[in-house]
Design a protein around this ligand. Structure first.
Ligand code: TXA
Ligand code: MG
Length: 346
C-alpha cells in the first residue's frame, strides 16, 4: 500500500485535505492525524473492521482498549452513559484538551474498541485537524498513538512514517505536536476519580478542580488501565536514568560503557555540557519542562536511529508535566512494576 503524506495547516485545516481524509475513514481505511499531545492513528470508531486494522497496524494486543476522539460534548453522551457530574465538570473545564475520561459505555461502541470492557475512554483533542475530521465524518474516531506498539509515541509525522509507512492509507502532517506526552487518563466511574495514566494535564490542574483524586498505583488499578501494564516507550537501546544534575555519575557511566566498546548516547538538560563536548551522540535539551516534554520522544527516537547501545537520560523533577515525563522515562528504562508477566509489550 502507498501511504499518502499530506501537509495540513493546524490553524486552518484545508477543507479538501480534510474531505479526502474523511473519505479514507468512511471507506474503512486508516489516517494518522496530529493532536496537541502526540499523533494518533485514526479509524471510524463505529466500524469494527476498520478498528481491527488499527490493532493489526500497530501490533497492539487486542486486550488494550482504544481512546475515542470526539468533537462535541453531545458525542460524550452518544458513547457513554451514567456520566457523573464530576466527569461532566472535568469535560467542561478541560476540553478540548489533553484529558481522556473513562465512562460507562453505551452498546453503540463496538466491543473491539473497548477490549470488551464496560467502559469507554473518550477525549476531545485541542487541535483543529482531528476536530474537523470528526465533524466531517460525523462520527467519533478511535486514536491510539500512531506508533508501533512498545515504541516511543510519535510527535512528528516523520515518526509515524518511520513506523507505519506502507501499512496505513494516509498521514496528515501538521508539524511537531505541542505537548509531546499523551493525554492524562482519568477513570470517572470511581469516587473520587482515579488517574490511570499521567499525561499532558497535570495532577495539580486536576486537583484544582476536583480537590480529591487518586493516582492508580495498586495492581488492581493498573489492571483497570490495560495499556499501562504493558512495556512502553522503549527504544532499542538500553535506557539508564541519571539523577538530575549528577555530572559525576554521567561521566562514570559514559567511561564505563565506552570502555566496553559501547556507543553511548545521552539526553541531558542540566548536566555539565563541557564534560562531553567530544561526544556527538549527546543531546542537550533546554531545562524548561515544556520543551523537555515536547522533545523527549524525538530525542529517544533520534538516538536510536543513530544506533547507540546505551542512552543515559537525566531525570526531571516530578512537578507539573515532569510527573508524566518521568513516568515515560521509567517505562523506557523498564523500571515499572509489570503485574502481568505475560504482557511485556504494549
Ligand atoms: O494523547 C493521547 O491520549 C493520544 C492521542 C492520539 O489522543 N492517544 C493515546 O492512545 O495515547 P493510546 O491508545 O496510546 O493510549 C490509550 C490509553 C491506554 O493506556 C489504554 O489502556 C487506556 O488509554 N484506555 C483506553 N480505554 C480504556 C478504558 N475503557 N479503561 C481504562 N483505560 C483505557
Ligand atoms: Mg500509545
Amino acid at each position: 500500500m502507498r501511504t499518502i503524506v499530506a501537509k495540513i495547516s493546524s490553524a486552518e485545516p484545508e477543507l479538501e485535505i480534510i474531505t479526502s481524509a474523511a473519505e479514507v475513514l468512511r471507506s474503512g481505511g486508516l489516517v494518522a492525524f496530529p493532536t496537541e499531545t502526540v499523533y494518533g492513528l485514526g479509524a471510524d470508531a463505529y466500524n469494527p473492521g476498520a478498528v481491527a486494522k488499527v490493532f493489526k497496524a500497530k501490533g497492539r494486543p487486542t486486550d488494550n482498549p482504544l481512546i475515542v476522539h470526539i468533537a462535541s460534548i453531545e458525542q460524550l453522551y452518544e458513547l457513554g452513559k451514567s456520566i457523573s457530574s464530576t466527569a461532566e465538570r472535568l469535560a467542561r473545564e478541560f476540553w478540548p484538551g489533553p484529558l481522556t475520561l473513562v465512562v460507562r459505555r453505551h452498546n453503540i461502541v463496538p466491543d473491539i474498541v473497548t477490549a470488551n470492557l464496560e467502559t469507554v475512554a473518550v477525549r476531545m483533542p485541542n487541535h483543529a485537524v482531528p476536530l474537523a475530521l470528526v465533524k466531517n465524518l460525523q462520527k467519533p474516531i478511535v486514536g491510539p498513538s500512531a506508533n508501533l506498539s512498545g515504541r516511543p509515541s510519535p510527535t512528528l509525522a516523520q515518526h509515524v512514517y518511520d513506523d507505519l509507512n506502507g501499512i496505513i492509507e494516509m498521514i496528515l502532517d501538521a508539524g511537531p505536536t505541542i505537548i509531546g506526552v499523551e493525554s492524562t487518563v482519568v477513570d470517572t466511574t470511581t469516587t473520587p476519580p482515579t488517574i490511570l495514566r499521567l499525561g499532558g494535564l497535570t495532577i495539580e490542574q486536576l486537583s484544582e478542580v476536583l480537590g480529591n483524586i487518586h493516582t492508580a498505583k495498586s495492581i488492581e488499578a493498573l489492571r483497570r488501565s490495560p495499556g499501562t501494564r504493558h512495556r512502553h516507550y522503549a527504544p532499542q537501546a538500553k535506557v539508564i536514568l541519571i539523577p538530575e544534575g549528577n555530572t559525576d555519575e554521567a561521566i562514570h557511566l559514559t567511561n564505563l560503557y565506552t570502555m566496553q566498546g559501547k556507543k553511548v548516547g545521552a539526553i541531558f538538560h542540566s548536566i555539565q555540557r563541557t564534560e562531553f563536548s567530544q561526544n556527538k551522540f549527546f543531546c542537550y535539551l533546554p531545562s524548561d519542562i515544556q520543551t523537555i516534554s515536547r522533545q523527549i520522544f524525538n530525542a529517544l527516537r533520534t538516538l536510536d536511529s543513530q544506533g547507540v547501545d546505551v542512552i543515559l537520560v537525566e531525570t526531571v523533577s516530578e512537578k507539573g508535566l515532569g510527573a508524566a515525563v518521568m513516568d515515560r522515562l521509567r517505562r523506557a528504562a523498564d523500571k515499572m512494576p509489570l503485574p502481568d508477566p505475560e504482557h511485556t509489550k504494549e
